[in-house]
Design a protein around this ligand. Sequence first.
Ligand SMILES: *Cc1c(COP(=O)(O)O)cnc(C)c1O
Length: 379
Amino acid sequence: MAFSTDCIHAGQEPEPVTGSVTYPIFQTSTYVQPELGKHKGYEYARTQNPTRSVLEANLAALEGGKHAHCFASGMSATDTVFRLLQSGDHVVAAENMYGGSYRLFSKVCEKFGLEFTYVDTSHVANVRAALRPNTKIVFLETPTNPMMTVTDIAACAEVAHSGGALVVVDNTFCSPYLQRPIELGADLVVHSTTKFINGHSDSVGGVVVSNDDAIAEQIGFLQNAVGAILSPFDSWLVLRGVKTLAVRMKQHEENGRTMAKYISGHSKVVKTYYPGLPDHPQHELAKRQMRGFGSMISFELGSKENAKKFLDRVRLCSLAESLGGVETLISHPETMTHASVPLETRTRLGITPGLVRISVGIEDVDDLIADVENAFAGI
Ligand SMILES: *Cc1c(COP(=O)(O)O)cnc(C)c1O
């Protein structure tokens, strides 16, 4: 079936007892077993929950994978992936990525003996040069947060696989509507479902998708052993949110393009980072690899003072961390999402005091432009 049909139907038969069209919330911790040694596939709700299973089947289909496991947050999804590794293993990771992923790697995973090399993955040669005999994972995020750098997933997968490493892609910024890394050779896809997949800013969650039975079995084992599962209620919320993923993404995309064009042409803006702009360094790659350019835009206002004036004046756009909701959210990466990245790295990447990131929602784009226009006037 087509993507928009799968959003609504994949993995979701009407509930068998009543025919309920929406799959119910199975709010239970355990399941009665009819006799010793016999059960209906459900023993304990950390291990299996029907609401979660339905969501997992749905998200696996959307990513073009066979298996999905849902977690309590995007970070717990990523954390569980790294529990596939053991002390002494090496990871090549994107030097510009979600600040929380960097914090997990540098402050938690390294304590357990994992080694990380951070490179600019937009040049495949950097990934190749960083590989070691003990490299087990190449971790990519594309486009990156917040610099919107695009990495060639297929080329990196070829290099990583030739070195015996798995490729893990954080696909949060795109959602499977815009980009399907498994089709490009990735072994695992992780998402913060908190963002575009749920899309309504009312649930925190994560997912790991894969096509490989053996790896998926290990992720399932870890999901149960570590226990960072998505709750039945949140599973239901995400199921509800994902039904409109295709229509939301279409509108996000249209609004994103319009806003990027407006912002990049504004006299108060020093530089705009958006893969849909023809002068973006990986514009051609983005065109090839993604089904659209999305609605995440970063732009440089020249100083913290300018950024503050701008952010204090927006009204319709909400100043908040997070992204991917129906409402437009605007943030200051240096002091908000990327505060945990060392200053030297931030400066090198371009995460300056004047950088602002906007997650364009699906409001009327003229209202959004009017709000931003008014805020620019304050600089
Ligand atoms: C938000 C985010 C995460 C973390 O997800 P949580 O659900 O907040 O734990 C990971 N990666 C990216 C790209 C994100 O935007």
